[in-house]
Ligand binder design. Structure first.
Ligand SMILES: *Cc1c(COP(=O)(O)O)cnc(C)c1O
Length: 280
């Protein structure tokens, strides 16, 4: 771009300044993406463990252990995908806080990634969240912001983002689309790679419970994409509305008391819970 001719003109000078800010942001973005990718590159895959069943049953059962990530949180993979999605969409900006509505695990991993790229992190959580979770978030440099009524988590997060000029990550909307479902070392590709030398490399069933719904959607889409015959089972715990919402085709299904199992089951049909891929 030739701006020299127009340098006497205030507007053109402003354009040059915008270019400079843009360049600084592009350099920051590139470095932030590199740091998140480098973290993945340093990390080993999680184990697929064999769970012995009586020989006569003729069933081979495996457990995918998602607890062996650097943060020890089951949501490490999700947090990494959400950060990459937010960065590449231009939503996460230098100096601006990342905010998340979380019952704990996602926030632990997100605090880790926020620190890695040098942005502040605020977790919006129910006041009943365990002190241990809060300590872990603070250990990774995050801040905990509590709400008394957990139905207000989402609204409070959006408000906080607007007030601080930050980005509300919104796992319960974006989990299903932040992960590359075609592969790229997602959890489904990892499972199939690890089963490659087993006596049944293509599982009859994969069982995946839903919190955001991201894992079951990713596995189901990958199964269809790879033309596997594997079927997907999504069990839903007591007091979660996913089962009712799914079987009754009701996106407005709710339940008034929370699931008793941390991390799975939700009181409302989250946008990231997509029944379609797992049906059939
Ligand atoms: C989050 C979570 C899941 C489900 O993962 P999503 O991808 O969020 O649906 C399953 N089990 C536990 C214990 C979890 O914390």
């Amino acid at each position: 771009m030739d701006t020299s001719e127009h340098r006497h003109d205030g507007e053109a000078v402003a354009t040059v300044d915008v270019d400079r800010t843009d360049l600084a942001y592009r350099a920051w973005l590139k470095e932030a993406v590199r740091k998140v990718q480098a973290d993945a590159n340093r990390s080993a895959d999680t184990h697929l463990l064999r769970f012995p069943l009586p020989e006569s049953w003729g069933i081979d059962l495996y457990l995918k252990d998602e607890s062996t990530h650097p943060t020890g949180s089951l949501k490490h993979r999700l947090a990494r995908s959400l950060f990459l999605y937010g960065l590449c969409n231009g939503w996460i900006r230098p100096g601006a806080p990342v905010i998340e509505a979380s019952s704990g695990s996602t926030a632990v991993s997100e605090a880790y990634f926020a620190k890695l790229i040098g942005v502040p992190f605020i977790a919006v959580m129910p006041r009943t969240t365990s002190p241990e979770k809060c300590r872990l978030i603070e250990f990774h440099g995050g801040r905990c912001h509590f709400v008394d009524d957990s139905r207000l988590l989402y609204e409070e997060s959006a408000t906080l983002a607007a007030q601080t000029g930050g980005h509300y990550m919104d796992q319960f909307t974006y989990a299903e689309r932040a992960t590359d479902w075609r592969g790229n070392n997602n959890i489904a590709e990892s499972i199939y790679q690890q089963l490659r030398l087993e006596r049944y490399p293509e599982p009859a069933w994969i069982v995946a419970t839903a919190g955001t719904g991201g894992t079951s959607a990713t596995i189901a889409r990958y199964v269809h994409y790879m033309q596997h015959d594997t079927r997907i089972c999504v069990p839903d715990p007591e007091n979660s509305c996913f089962f009712d919402g799914w079987t009754q085709h009701n996106p407005l299904a709710t339940s008034d008391c929370g699931s008793r199992i941390e991390g799975i089951g939700r009181p409302r049909m989250e946008p990231s819970f997509v029944p379609g891929p797992s049906t059939g």
